[in-house]
Design a protein around this ligand. Structure first.
Ligand code: GTP
Ligand code: MG
Length: 690
């Protein structure tokens, strides 16, 4: 595929709710553009952009995938993204690389969480969008009601470009509202026709909606519009072109991929309305001195490219997707990873063609490409020249909120596990791997259960190691509220030399002071050389408390009396004596179980406040306050960590995927008695088993 001028490039992200037909649309666009010969289907696992086995098994997209096609002298890169909320990181990545967006919405589904995410990202990244109403021929589909729902929720800048003719099974074409002609489909053929008389009023109304939104793009046209003058097709076309790229309006198109309706019009709209890289404002970067610079999209300018995806490809190994913003990245070049301060050797560069790659000599400003086998570079990094070294802001991914404990499935998997988890995280920056020092568990944090499950499958397929997962252990702690004086005596007489140790300890609370050991022995009743043994005994019990085996914190043990035997006493005997005493002392000092309490911030649309609140109550949550922020409600609460492990999943189901939350450790508090008893019983049962 030859290079084309930068003014003829389009980088387009497809985003929208899961199941709204993105991958199917992409398949049709690629087929119509002649890039794929055989039309695949998501449902058979044959869609060209759902090429990973994990996607084919589930019949949905899990990671972004790209392909390119040429049309009317323009070079289009299409990036399909998953709509399923767990994989939002892929959508965020795709938006950083694209100049324009196609946002899909199911004609029978209304505005869904995935629609909102796509719109939010298109706004926050200033990516102009065209809306695509999909699956218009399905039962219950009502394409124009879908347009109205979008306008009601997001405003009248969203305006129909087409009027659907018929709906559900009767959907058979659309009126082009700019040129006021109808396109009728019959047996897979489309035919131009005059607007049917019975649609004349509706066409007038819908064209008015389009005009009203588009006129804002041009002052002269706006004046005409306000004065009620006729606006020509050419003027409207001009406003659309300017308006979309300046995000003044977002036109809405009507499609049914299954009936092949509206696909050609989409191809035309991509070329006609979505911006080229030259129409985008210069990108902001930081130079080597920390100064902000603006870099225009110029192939002969300084090199500036950002990595938006890293994947382990079964054939070429680590594969890095990047967007060149300025300059030219040539095969066999040396570049500078300005984010990490590392040199990288570029091998062959490619255009991305679905699961394959097409070798090219170079990737120029405005283009998207890939390169294999980079060593230091991960998603979000900037590649530039060493001088000037330029860095773009990192891509902001959401923090993962769902933890699971991970263990190797077998001994054979153990060796590879940590390396494999690292590579998995490189592929998916919305996962996080962490070792919990208190419970000793390896934790994998994700956005949702599906992502974790897919991660497990990828580990096996790509990195040859298998895991089992389970709910993480809560890092409970134990402490005491009272104090006690206790005796511990260890005596053993067997054959030769015996063992003898004898201590009196005072056990008392030590709030905030950790575990402390002190000696107040008078008259050498316990000789100095046995003190370390006593301390070891105390600390051994502190590590694994007597209540439920959790660390005992914040108590003090004072050795104040005891006795010894000149021959039989040694350090070990004193250690064992101290262990007996400490265990007894804690048991007699009003011991309590402590649990981590998290500060939680939940963001939800107002409508879900009641349900979210009720649910937090069942999780032993304490509401601290509520604020409104940007159309959402922010709820602050304190919730025990034990009740939060599955919250990511629950919150999503309560709010239809619209709620998000973050949590951070606030403090430890006493576990309520009825809950504590369960934990103690569980510990006993574990002990009985093994
Ligand atoms: N009736 C009908 N079904 C369609 C149409 N387009 C897609 N579908 C079906 O809708 C389902 C979802 O389509 P996909 O293309 O996988 O949707 P997606 O937006 O890529 O979904 P995610 O990858 O999960 O985000 C599949 O079963 C498709 O066959 C259409 O025009 N009409
Ligand atoms: Mg898909």
């Amino acid at each position: 595929m030859p290079h084309v001028d930068i003014s003829r490039l389009r980088n387009v992200v497809l985003a929208g709710h899961t199941g709204s037909g993105k991958t199917t649309i992409a398949e049709h666009l690629l087929h119509k553009a002649g890039v794929i010969n055989r039309m695949g289907r998501v449902d058979d696992g044959t869609a060209s952009l759902d090429f990973e086995p994990e996607e084919q098994k589930r019949n949905l997209s899990l990671s972004l995938a790209a392909n390119t096609f040429d049309r009317e002298g323009s070079h289009v890169t299409l990036i399909d993204t998953p709509g399923y909320a767990d994989f939002v990181g892929e959508v965020i990545s795709a938006f950083t690389a694209a100049d324009g967006a196609l946002i899909t919405m199911d004609a029978s589904g209304g505005v869904e969480a995935g629609t909102e995410t796509a719109i939010r990202l298109s706004r926050s990244t200033h990516t102009p969008a065209i809306f695509v109403i999909t699956r218009c021929e399905r039962e219950n589909a009502d394409p124009m009601a879908a347009v109205d729902a979008l306008r009601a929720e997001f405003g009248t800048k969203i305006a129909p470009l087409q009027l659907a003719i018929g709906k559900a099974d009767d959907f058979h074409g659309y009126v082009d509202l700019v040129h006021r002609v109808a396109w009728m489909y019959k047996d897979g053929q489309r035919q131009e026709a005059a607007v049917p008389d019975e649609l004349a009023d509706e066409v007038r109304l819908r064209r008015e909606q389009l005009l009203e939104a588009a006129a804002d793009a041009d002052d002269e046209v706006l004046m005409k519009f306000l004065e009620g003058e006729e606006i020509s097709d050419e003027e409207l076309e001009l406003c659309l072109h300017k308006g979309v790229k300046d995000s003044v309006l977002a036109p809405v198109m009507m499609t049914s991929a299954h009936r092949d309706i509206g696909i050609s019009a989409m191809l035309d709209a991509i070329i006609r309305y979505l911006p080229t890289p030259t129409e985008e404002p210069p990108v902001a970067a930081t130079d080597g001195r920390g100064e902000q610079v603006e870099v225009p999209p110029d192939a002969s300018g300084p090199l500036l490219a950002q990595v938006f995806k890293t994947t382990a490809d079964p054939f070429v190994g680590r594969l890095t997707y990047f967007r060149v913003w300025s300059g030219t990245l040539k095969s066999h070049d040396q570049v500078w990873n300005a984010t990490r301060g590392e040199e990288e050797r570029i091998a062959q560069v490619f255009y991305i063609k679905g699961k394959e790659q097409e070798p090219v000599d170079e990737i120029r400003a405005g283009e998207i490409g890939a390169v294999a086998k980079l060593v230091h570079t991960v998603t979000g990094d900037t590649l530039s020249a060493r001088d000037p070294a330029l860095t773009m802001p990192a891509i902001e991914f959401p923090e993962p909120t769902l933890p699971v404990a991970v263990e190797p499935a077998s001994k054979a998997d153990l060796d590879k596990l940590s390396g494999a988890l690292t590579r998995l995280q490189e592929e998916d920056p919305t996962l996080r791997v962490e070792r919990n020092t208190e419970t000793g568990e390896q934790l994998l944090w994700g956005q949702g259960e599906n992502q974790i499950q897919v991660a497990g499958e990828r580990l096996t397929r790509k990195f040859g190691t298998s895991i089992v997962t389970h709910a993480p252990r809560v890092p409970y702690r134990e402490t005491i509220r009272g104090s006690a004086k206790v005796e511990g005596r260890h005596k053993k007489q067997t054959g030769g030399r015996g063992q003898f140790g004898h201590v009196w300890l005072e056990i008392s609370p030590n709030p905030g002071g950790g575990v402390e050991f002190e000696t107040k022995v008078v008259g050498g009743v316990v000789p100095r050389q046995f003190f370390p043994g006593v301390e070891k005994g105390v600390r051994a019990v502190a590590e694994k408390g007597p209540m439920a085996g959790y660390p005992v914190v914040d108590f003090k043990a004072v050795l104040y009396d005891g006795s010894f035997h000149t021959v039989d006493s040694d350090e070990l005997s004193f250690r064992l004596a101290a262990q007996l005493a400490t265990r007894k002392g804690i048991a007699e000092s009003n011991p309590v179980l402590l649990e981590p309490i998290m500060d939680v911030e939940v963001r939800v649309p107002e409508a879900y406040m009641g349900d979210v609140n009720r649910d937090l109550n069942t999780r032993r949550g304490r509401l601290l306050g509520m604020d409104a922020d940007g159309g959402q409600q922010v709820l602050r609460a304190q919730v025990p960590q034990a009740e939060l492990f599955t919250y990511a999943t629950e919150l999503r189901s309560i709010t239809g995927g619209r709620g998000t939350f973050s949590a951070r450790l606030a403090q430890y508090e006493d576990v309520p008695t009825h809950v504590a008893q369960k934990i103690i019983d569980a510990h006993k049962a574990e002990g009985d088993e093994g």
